[in-house]
Design a protein around this ligand. Structure first.
Ligand SMILES: [Zn+2]
Length: 344
């Protein structure tokens, strides 16, 4: 089959790899219907040292079950399913707490002999716990929105949930990438009143307004902080959702938080230290967030996609075939595409 490999910065290739087969009785084989490129795929795309050995890549996909091992209950050939961005048994103590990203028997796509999602098919370990059945056909128009359940929508949701967003909360969202826009959608869904979106790409912030942002701040740094404070009576917002992962973004997050407020981060941090010194201590600020246990949220978020209330799939602004995946990476890295959908 054909699958995407990453060899180094700027070096993504689509190659022929062995067809996946069932290894364990808990495995399933899934033929991929839709996959996509994640903002976090761009970190290795920008920084991975060049090497002879490539690795499989891609961790967001949905597809059709082609075969199941003898221990996979609840799934059968022909089911359309979505996979969260890590695989997990969904039964261990961490999974039962809704922390499938810490599963004792789980792992990551594209690592340790497990296929990546940007390919024609995937062997899915712990299939009964990992995969969630979708009540749609193989070419449903909802597939792009349902694919966001794999990562980007639950990640935005996790950011809002861990920050305690509820009815009437004031929120600043930092970043107009796909995760930031999903955080806007999630915050609105949870009842946030004022949602200030910090981002400077007008097409993206316009989509953010459609998703529920009440204000947009295009300025960055001190100027951006000042604008948010102006919009919030000088105080900042009770919740800040940091969806970028850079040092500047986390610094801005603390600066636009209201005293006593919460900063939640879901942008994979590209920094080691957070600015939580005496000043933040004296302002009683809380830092939360982390990697999103997408599996924990899929059943909760799916119904509003199925009934058309939410259309998170609007974040996909380009579709490519599998052989064009390298172009998709380039487009996202150049920021000429917001999020690229892959149709093998
Ligand atoms: Zn588990």
């Amino acid at each position: 089959m054909r699958a995407t490999m990453i060899y180094g910065a700027g070096d993504v290739r689509v190659e022929t790899v062995p067809d996946p087969v069932l290894h364990e009785p808990t495995d399933a084989l899934v033929r991929v219907l839709r996959s996509c490129v994640c903002g976090s795929d761009l970190w290795p795309y920008r920084s991975r040292p060049a090497g002879e050995q490539g690795d499989r890549i891609g961790h967001e996909f949905l597809g059709v079950v082609e075969d199941v091992g003898t221990d996979v209950g609840g799934l059968r050939r022909g089911d359309v399913v979505v996979a969260p961005f890590v695989w997990a048994d969904n039964t261990c103590d961490f999974c039962r707490e809704g922390l499938q990203t810490s599963c004792r028997h789980g792992g990551q796509w594209g690592a340790d002999g497990v296929d990546g999602g940007q390919g024609e098919a995937v062997r899915v370990p712990q299939a009964a716990g990992t995969l969630v059945k979708l009540p749609v056909g193989e070419d449903d128009e909802l597939l792009p929105s349902l694919l966001t359940l794999s990562d980007v929508f639950p990640t935005g949701h996790h950011c809002a949930v861990t920050a305690g967003v509820g009815p009437g909360t004031t929120v600043t969202v930092i970043g107009d990438g796909a995760v930031g826009l999903m955080a806007v959608l999630a915050a609105r869904r949870l009842g946030a009143e004022q949602i200030v979106l910090m981002g400077r790409h007008e097409q993206r912030t316009d989509l953010g307004r459609d998703f529920g942002a009440t204000d947009v701040v295009a300025e960055r740094g001190d100027e951006g902080v000042e604008r948010v404070r102006e919009l919030t009576g000088g105080d900042g917002t009770r919740v800040v959702l940091e969806c970028v992962g850079t040092e500047q973004a986390i610094a801005t997050a603390f600066a636009v938080a209201r005293d006593g407020g919460t900063v939640s981060r879901v942008g994979a941090p590209q920094y080691e230290k957070v600015p939580m010194g005496f000043g933040e201590f004296f302002r009683n600020l809380t830092l939360t967030g982390g990697v999103a246990p997408a599996r924990a949220y899929i059943e909760e978020l799916m119904p509003e996609i199925l009934d058309g209330t939410l259309r998170p799939g609007r974040v996909f602004d380009r579709t490519v075939g599998l052989e064009q995946v390298p172009d998709g990476y380039r487009a996202m890295n150049d920021r000429t595409a917001l999020k690229v959908l892959v149709r093998p």
